[in-house]
Design a protein around this ligand. Structure first.
Ligand code: KIV
Ligand code: NA
Length: 278
C-alpha cells in the first residue's frame, strides 16, 4: 500500500473524497489503525491525557512526542504520520522550532508536524515549510492554550470569532500549511472555512462539511478515556470493557488454579524446548 501524501490529499478535497484520520500513540494502536485502512495517523499530544494520565496536553514534552512517534512509525510503515509539536516548542526562535521538527522527523520518523495557532504562528509555519516539511495547522479550540481560553468550549459562535477563525485559516494556507484541523468549531463556521480554502480542513467537533475528520483513538474505542462523553465523539467499539473483563477472568483463573492448564505447560517428556513464536 502506498501511503497518502499531501498532493493526493489536496486532490481528495477537489474530488470530494473525505479524509479519515485517527490518533495513535504506540505500536499496536498504529498497526491496528493501518490495518483498518486509515488515511492518516496523528500522534497527538492528546497522549498527555489518554496515555500519560495528565489532565491537559501542557506537560507533554518533545521527548515524549519523539518516543511515541517512533513507536507509531514502527507499527504503521505504510501510513502518513503527523506528529504534534508540543507546548512551547515553537514560540521561541526559528532555530529552536526547527530543531524540534528535526527530532520528530529524524528520530520519530513522522512525515509531517502539526502546530496549534493561526496568524500569530504563520511565520513559523512558513519557515518549517521552507525546510521541506509538511505542516498541518490547528485552529479553533487549541488545547495547549486552554488556560488562556478558559475551558474547552466551542469556537466561532459569534461573528467576530468566526471572522478571526477565517483569517487564521487563510493565514495558515498562505504560509504553506497542507491542511488545517478545525477543533470544536460551529458547523457553519467550519463549512465557510472549508469552502474558502483550497487545502483540506480536518474537523474534530466541527460538523459535517469539513474535508476530513479526526478523532482520538481512546475516545472512539472507549479505551479508558478519561473524558466524560463528548457530543462530537461516536463510540465504535468498547475495548475498555473487553480489556477489563479479560483481565478479571485471568485473575479469577489464577486464584482458582484454573490457569495454567495442561495445554500451557512443559514437561521433561516433551521432545522440543521451543515455547512457540516469541
Ligand atoms: O492531540 C490531538 O489528538 C489533536 C487532535 C484532537 C486534533 O490535536
Ligand atoms: Na494535539
Amino acid at each position: 500500500k502506498q501511503p497518502l501524501n499531501i498532493v493526493k490529499m489536496k486532490k481528495m478535497k477537489q474530488d470530494g473524497v473525505p479524509i479519515s484520520m485517527l490518533t495513535a500513540y504506540d505500536y499496536p494502536s498504529a498497526r491496528l489503525a493501518e490495518e483498518a485502512d486509515i488515511d492518516m495517523i496523528l500522534v497527538g499530544d492528546s497522549l498527555g491525557n489518554v496515555v500519560l494520565g495528565y489532565d491537559s496536553t501542557i506537560p507533554v514534552t518533545l521527548d515524549d512526542m519523539v518516543y511515541h512517534t517512533r513507536s507509531v512509525a514502527r507499527g504503521a510503515e505504510h501510513t502518513f504520520i503527523v506528529a504534534d509539536m508540543p507546548f512551547m516548542t515553537y514560540h521561541g526562535s526559528v532555530d529552536e522550532s526547527l530543531k524540534g521538527v528535526r527530532r520528530l522527523m529524524q528520530e520519530g520518523h513522522a512525515h509531517a508536524v502539526k502546530l496549534e495557532g493561526g496568524a500569530e504562528i504563520a511565520d513559523t509555519v512558513r519557515r518549517i515549510v521552507q525546510a521541506g516539511v509538511p505542516v498541518l495547522g490547528h485552529i479553533g479550540l487549541t488545547p495547549q492554550s486552554v488556560n488562556q481560553i478558559g475551558g474547552y468550549r466551542v469556537q466561532g459562535k459569534d461573528q467576530a470569532d468566526a471572522e478571526r477563525l477565517m483569517r487564521d485559516a487563510k493565514a495558515l494556507e498562505e504560509a504553506g500549511a497542507f491542511a488545517v484541523v478545525l477543533e470544536l468549531v460551529t458547523e457553519e463556521s467550519a463549512a465557510e472555512i472549508t469552502q474558502a480554502l483550497s487545502i483540506p480542513t480536518i474537523g474534530i467537533g466541527a460538523g459535517r462539511y469539513c474535508d476530513g475528520q479526526v478523532l482520538v483513538y481512546h475516545d472512539i474505542l472507549k479505551y479508558a478515556s478519561p473524558y466524560r462523553e463528548k457530543r462530537f465523539v461516536k463510540t465504535y467499539a468498547d475495548i475498555g470493557t473487553a480489556v477489563r473483563e479479560g483481565i478479571a477472568q485471568y485473575v479469577r483463573e489464577v486464584k482458582e488454579r484454573a490457569f495454567p492448564a495442561e495445554e500451557h505447560i512443559f514437561t521433561t517428556a516433551q521432545k522440543t524446548a521451543a515455547a512457540g513464536p516469541v
